[in-house]
Ligand binder design. Sequence first.
Ligand code: FAD
Length: 291
Amino acid sequence: MSPSAREIRYSFELFPPKTPEMEARLWDSVERLAALNPSFVSVTYGAGGSTRERTLGVVERLAGQTALEPAGHITCVGASRAEVDDVLARYWKAGVRRIVALRGDPPEGPGATYAPHPDGYAYACDLIAGARAIADFDISVGCYPEVHPDARDIKAEIENLKRKLDAGAARAITQFFFDPDVFCRFRDAAANAGVSRPIVPGIMLQSNFKGLARMAALCGARIPARIAALYDGLEADVATRDLITAQLVAELCNRLRDEGVDDFHFYTMNRANLSLATCRLLGVAKAHEAA
Ligand code: FAD
């Protein structure tokens, strides 16, 4: 079946706001993204659990006051099992049925030596087992097509992914990447290793190239020189950067569509315009908005 004949699904990732201005932007974005009828909308859990109450607040409001299906992120770094279980129980009580379960990064940042909390869940696979003992959550996990900084190689990366799926995760969402071949190679290697649950590409909608390059370096995502060159000299020109980003993301998604991918997770950075533009460029927004 040609890509245009296949249904496309997508979810959006948001982060909890720090200031009243960011809060206003978040809820404005939520309203605009809701028109696209996403599968779910996830809310990140700040580094080391630093946004626990703010994340809970956003997730609870999404669950209680919108028609959207929220997914609460949760990490186990720096927290006891009791603290993590308490957040999970609060999610469930608020009607939240989806979570994104992650280990989290050490306080010094990605790549620094990780030490589990003495009374905590050590890794994401342990957290998944804990969450499943609390309630019947639909669980997504992270995976890394360019290999997590702590993993030895792609084989170890896929073994870890299998551990998380075996522990009860329903799907994996990838770290962002820029080259469709990177995703396809990883998906195919995982399938060859016996992974049968969906691997959903995580697509970054960040047009601030400086910030993007910093994030990419930390998590080991390679930015092709062609892409870096497109943003060169546009540091002060947000509008043009946005146009380029929408075009590049649509190009990436369409290449993935050609490879049989129908499900996308967009890292929205709490801005609706790039998500709306991307969905339009993928030919889906109109149908959903009319529905
Ligand atoms: P894990 O799957 O636990 O694995 C990380 C590494 O630990 C593995 O590569 C392996 O080297 C090692 N390891 C795993 N299991 C074992 C084991 N049993 N024994 C020994 N070693 C093991 N971070 C946040 O703080 N908040 C968020 O909201 C957030 N959202 C994210 C969403 C997505 C889709 C993705 C891809 C990442 C997100 N992150 C978030 C970042 C994530 O927390 C970091 O990448 C973190 O370093 C790894 O988390 P993980 O769940 O993938 O780790």
